[in-house]
Write a protein that binds this ligand. Structure first.
Ligand SMILES: NC(=O)c1ccc[n+]([C@@H]2O[C@H](COP(=O)([O-])OP(=O)(O)OC[C@H]3O[C@@H](n4cnc5c(N)ncnc54)[C@H](O)[C@@H]3O)[C@@H](O)[C@H]2O)c1
Length: 371
């Protein structure tokens, strides 16, 4: 195989973007598209791909080696499993599932079909500033991390956005709000950069800024096994909002804001200075470093697709293995569960406990009764 034949399941907002991305790549060819909405398919009739209204027919068509799944969240795992049963490689949109138990089924399938590539669209891993942060942490340049503060309140969404699809912002249709739709990217980066916390305590507001039933504001405290702490704050109701990641580490303070990475570097690690300084209120000497990396990557989705195809063709390591998607779900599920129980949640999360709470929310969901 020199080119991967790609099928896309779900050609709404994101799937249509993937159609354009695949068409621009040399290592794959768009051969099939599927959507249950005839109008969505109609919009793709110039794509040159064979059009299907049924994913099963596409999987069985012999037209594809791999599929990209860009449908609403609950269908991600069932579609991925069906595709893998047919021997197809899978790239699934974020979040890989709604709940940890479903993601666990995907992890099991990935193990059972180790000959297939299973990737996730965690495209923010391809933004140069995020790659640099990962390098600075993994190389030890920052020293031990003591505290993390990530405020991501620039995911502003209007009521019209939430009204744009009947599945959106309902427990039965989407399965969650900002934690499941917008923030899986940052939740993935949290676990990619810092590992997993031992406990999560969160205050979550449902429909605070919008006429929706799911969460649109979250403030969470994360406590890690090594003693570091994290604050994770997000909202889709604030404008203009903020996106600022601050990492307080022994070697200084690293800040990502407005796409710029700046490091205020301590000459002496802060704990050592705290222990050894004879002064009462001085700081370690420090210097300011602007780290010259790009804060944007307009081709980040395309890069993930290209890497997925390279992995299939040449066994290149995946940028974002889908099995790692269970961690961001565990974080988001734990924040919701913390609010619903009114207490801290220990990780690993008891998936059945979260599932029982989600079932109750789904039972009262207004999906289908509105819009
Ligand atoms: N990676 C990113 O940056 C990013 C950005 C936006 C959305 N997304 C994700 O992409 C996914 C889709 O979101 P969207 O905004 O494109 O939604 P959308 O509603 O615009 O599109 C979803 C499409 O899937 C189709 N569909 C639903 N069930 C199907 C099925 N069983 N088989 C075939 N087609 C089916 C719908 O008819 C619709 O056309 C979600 O997981 C979302 O979180 C990712």
């Amino acid at each position: 195989m020199s080119v991967v034949r790609i099928g896309i399941i779900g050609v709404g907002v994101m799937g249509s973007a993937h159609v354009r991305s695949v068409s621009q790549l040399k290592n794959c060819k768009l051969t099939a598209l599927c959507d249950i909405d005839p109008q969505a398919l109609e919009r793709q009739k110039e794509s040159g791909a064979e059009l299907f209204s049924d994913s099963e027919a596409l999987f069985d068509s012999g037209k594809v080696d791999a599929v990209i799944i860009s449908t609403p969240h609950y269908s991600h795992v069932p579609l991925a499993l069906r595709a893998m049963e047919r021997g197809l490689h899978v790239l699934v949109e974020k979040p890989v599932a709604v709940q940890k138990s479903e993601a666990a089924r995907l992890v099991a399938a990935a193990k059972a079909h180790s000959e297939l590539k299973l990737s996730a669209m965690f495209c923010l891993r391809r933004i140069p500033t995020n790659i640099k942060i990962k390098q600075l942490i993994d190389s030890g340049e920052l020293g031990a991390i003591r505290r993390i503060n990530w405020i991501i309140t620039d995911w502003f969404r209007t009521q019209t956005y939430y009204n744009s699809g009947t599945w959106r912002a309902t427990w039965a249709g989407e399965g969650g709000g900002v934690l499941l739709n917008q923030c899986p990217h940052q939740l993935d980066l949290m676990q990619w950069f810092f590992g997993m916390p031992a406990t999560v305590t969160a205050k979550v507001f449902f429909g605070k800024y919008h006429d929706i039933e799911v969460e649109d504001e979250v403030s969470a405290i994360l406590e890690y096994p090594d003693g570091k702490t994290g604050m994770f704050v997000t909202s889709t109701g604030e404008a203009p909002g903020t996106n600022r990641l601050e990492i307080a580490a022994e070697r200084g303070r690293l800040v990502l804001e407005n796409g710029k990475l700046s490091f205020l570097r301590n000459e002496i690690p802060m704990s050592e200075f705290c222990r050894t300084s004879k002064t009462t209120m001085s700081f370690p000497d420090r210097w300011h470093i602007d780290i010259p990396v790009n804060g944007a990557n307009p081709t980040m989705h395309r890069d993930i697709i290209e890497n997925f195809a390279e992995a299939i063709l040449h066994d290149t390591p995946l940028y974002a293995p889908a099995a790692e998607g269970i961690n961001s779900l565990e974080l988001g599920n734990a924040m919701l569960l913390s609010q619903l129980k009114g207490s801290s949640v220990s990780l690993p999360l008891k998936a059945e406990e979260f599932d029982a709470e989600l079932e109750k929310l789904i039972a009262n969901s207004r999906k289908g009764k509105q819009k």
